[in-house]
Design a protein around this ligand. Structure first.
Ligand code: ADP
Ligand code: MG
Length: 228
């Protein structure tokens, strides 16, 4: 299997982001401007133009919502949380989405109650991102396994395993780059945001993938054994 250790060096993330945001938001804005001009000129088909404008605005909203996570680090609140419980909640949340795509979500917890220090919403967002990516990688359905196991050295590992399309070796390094997406309706921000969140939780992230066979996204976090 191809493996990539995602390093934590900040490869001018701000610069990449700025260029990406400008590009990603200019496209829908150009479209909106064009359709408003068309409507102004009395061209028929107003109904359709409104729909297009609404969907382009929706796209801008989606991008901005994901970016806000990066822009609001001061609201982060670290608490002691049971990882298994958190994963169970996330799985329940995504169950209906998975079923609609013929995907079964399976929990494989190899350990009892394990606690970590985390911002609950952020950690949930990470798990949602990875599980959604796994679901989207399997257009014909299948099983996504969410694994929880001790990783040694006082750490816990969470792995999201799919048997989906996989990622070609030469594209692995693109993961986590802002706006890198292969999906028609993707933002290409989920992975980057997740990576940042994991780093801020003293975690590390590994992706193992084989094209046509599937992907395992795995991250570890320090276990919080004692109350402070
Ligand atoms: P998005 O999901 O909006 O495309 P992400 O940042 O979550 O953005 O993912 C970026 C890209 O990485 C995806 O478009 C896809 O090509 C690839 N990817 C991520 N996770 C997986 C996976 N589990 N299987 C296959 N490809 C994946
Ligand atoms: Mg995604």
């Amino acid at each position: 299997a191809e493996e990539l250790l995602i390093n934590s060096e900040k490869q001018s993330i701000a610069g990449q982001l700025a260029a990406g945001i400008a590009h990603e938001i200019r496209n829908p804005i150009t479209a909106i401007k064009g359709f408003i001009q068309l409507m102004n000129s009395g061209f028929p088909g107003k109904r359709e133009y409104f729909d297009i404008i609404a969907s382009e605005i929706g796209r801008i909203e989606l991008i901005l919502n994901e970016l806000l996570v990066l822009a609001k680090p001061q609201t982060v609140k670290y608490e002691r949380r049971d990882v298994g419980k958190l994963l169970t909640q996330v799985i329940a949340l995504l169950e209906s989405q998975a079923i609609m795509k013929d995907v079964q979500l399976a929990a494989d917890f190899e350990c009892g109650d394990v606690f970590v220090w985390c911002d609950e919403n952020q950690l949930k967002q990470v798990c949602i991102n990875f599980i959604q990516n796994a679901i989207e990688a399997m257009p014909d359905g299948g099983e996504v396994v969410v694994r929880l196991a001790r990783a040694g050295e006082g750490r816990i590992a969470v792995a999201v395993v799919d048997r989906g399309c996989g990622i070609p070796a030469h594209l692995l390094s693109k993961l986590g780059q802002p706006f890198y997406t292969t999906k028609e309706k993707g933002t290409g921000l989920g992975f980057m945001v997740s990576k940042r969140i994991i780093e801020s939780h003293a975690g590390d992230l590994t992706v193992e993938s084989r094209e046509g066979a599937g992907t395992t996204v795995r991250f570890t976090l320090p276990i919080a054994d004692e109350m402070p």
